[in-house]
Design a protein around this ligand. Structure first.
Ligand code: SF4
Length: 370
């Protein structure tokens, strides 16, 4: 019988397993706390557990680990990027996570997939294609490992790393349940943001799930929509899946999400000089922010390189890279939004020098075991 990864189990699932081993239910909580709060990674080291139960556990389970392959630190920003390899799973895979420290905030940017098949034109991860969905253990271990390596407790978790969280929905939900469980790290749901490019029905399902009776710990999780354009045509050219997931349908789901959760929506908006900053773009953005309470995060476009194709060709053959990167109009764009009473933040380019900024995460093909 192949061993199961015990870190993939939520507390109720672990309780079911422990009961099936003929042991009292309370043992599950002890084991869960050892694994998820005290970061124990060897079954024999589990705290307060009798030897006989450890033996039973060893016959059925193993504890997965992540191996740190590389850690890079930005010279200009307080940002670190971590290259992890999965270990003690059926196959080994490589992926990235980021820690961004700004003022009082320490934010871990978590990956949910290795590669991604959404195919956003501005995103390095897209250029890898889809490799695999990360398991719940592989998602939560990014947090545990970064805490262990840096000694820093995160103040915020953002599911904005490699991959589209809603295309790995089951594992995303399990990882959220484990991370917020008070028997483990007990991270407040107010400190967690899940980002999506938007899929019809998924936002509604997410709103229902995080507000259900059984998921009280998840109630205040925030949602970010990778918007980047309010024009269906242009959005389709940069986010291919948006042809099947029209903005009008997504907006309807955002209203539903707000009504269900009471949480503000965040719109992520990469600024492409001359492509998504017209007066009409501004008008539509203003209208959108009146729909439900929301914030717009403007993100400077971050170039992607290392042997990947340029993402710029599709936009306009006449526009050169310098023009697209130019921020001479960026501040005017922001000012115009502010004048219309829109809450708008300019996201910093933390980690751009180590390819750790928004849209830059990727593992080049030679590093990936296919
Ligand atoms: S931006 Fe997100 S959804 Fe789009 S390709 Fe990159 S990882 Fe996938």
């Amino acid at each position: 019988m192949s061993l199961k990864n015990i870190l993939n189990l939520t507390l109720p699932e672990l309780e079911t397993e422990i009961i099936s081993l003929g042991e009292p239910k309370y043992r599950a909580k002890q084991i869960f706390t050892s694994l998820h709060k005290n970061n124990i990674n060897i079954i024999e080291d589990l705290q307060g557990i009798p030897k006989s139960l450890k033996e039973k556990l060893s016959e059925k389970f193993f504890i997965a680990e992540l191996r740190l392959l590389e850690e890079s630190s930005s010279v200009s920003f307080n940002t670190k990027k971590f290259l992890f390899q999965t270990e003690r799973t059926d196959k080994e895979y490589i992926f990235e996570s980021v820690l961004i420290s700004e003022k009082e905030r320490n934010t871990i940017c978590i990956s949910t997939q290795i590669g991604c098949n959404v195919g956003c034109e501005f995103c390095a991860t897209a250029k890898m294609g889809f490799i695999k969905n990360l398991e719940p253990a592989e998602i939560i271990l990014q947090v545990y490992e970064i805490i262990r390596i840096t000694g820093i407790m995160p103040t915020n978790l953002v599911f904005m790393g490699m991959g589209e969280p809603f295309l790995n929905y089951g594992n995303l939900m399990k990882s959220l349940k484990i991370l917020t469980d008070k028997g483990g790290l007990g991270i407040s749901s107010k400190k967690i943001t899940v980002s999506t490019v938007g899929f019809t029905e998924k936002i509604k399902i997410f709103a229902d799930d995080i507000t259900s009776e059984e998921n009280l710990n998840l109630r205040k999780i925030k949602l970010a929509l990778s918007l980047h354009s309010t024009d269906n045509g242009f959005r389709e050219s940069i986010i291919p899946t948006s042809s099947k997931n029209r903005l009008s349908d997504i907006y309807e789901e955002l209203v539903y999400f707000y009504r269900k959760t009471g949480s503000k929506i965040t719109y992520e908006y990469i600024y492409f000089n001359g492509l998504n900053d017209s007066e009409n773009d501004i008008k539509r953005l203003v209208k959108l922010t009146r729909m439900v309470p929301s914030t717009i995060n403007i993100i400077p476009f971050h170039p992607i390189d290392f042997k990947l194709n340029s993402p710029l060709d599709i936009f306009n053959k006449d526009k050169d890279l310098n023009n697209l990167l130019s921020n001479k109009n960026l501040f005017q764009f922001i000012e115009k939004l502010k004048l219309s009473k829109v809450t708008v933040n300019l996201r910093s380019s933390s980690g751009v020098d180590i390819n750790a900024a928004c849209g830059q995460l990727a593992v080049i093909k030679s590093q990936v075991n296919n």
